[in-house]
Design a protein around this ligand. Structure first.
Ligand SMILES: [Zn+2]
Length: 98
């Protein structure tokens, strides 16, 4: 099966894609489980999200800045292996093509 392209999504679209459980997981990762290369540690103060992408595997790729040092950080959060999420993401892709 041909992989779909990576697309940038906004916060509203992200909120539509994630169910409550996934949203909690996403928030928890962003708040305390993103590694900062500049700090050499996880971003203890969380990160400020600048861009969110839906990857070719329907995972969520977050790019932003570390709230401690202001350095650039990125984190891939895997949702694409969840079949329900994958299908929802594919439907979402179709809906924004029109
Ligand atoms: Zn940092």
């Amino acid at each position: 099966m041909k992989r779909p392209p990576e697309i940038r999504i906004n916060q509203f679209q992200l909120a539509v894609l994630l169910n409550d459980e996934q949203k909690n997981f996403f928030d928890a990762v962003v708040a305390g489980n993103v590694f900062c290369a500049h700090c050499g540690d996880v971003c203890n103060s969380g990160i400020t999200i600048e861009e969110v992408f839906l990857t070719d595997l329907n995972d969520i790729h977050v790019k932003g800045t570390c709230n401690t040092c202001n350095g650039k950080v990125a984190r891939l959060i895997e949702f694409g292996e969840d079949q329900e999420f994958y299908n929802k993401a594919m439907d979402f892709r179709k809906s924004i093509q029109n």
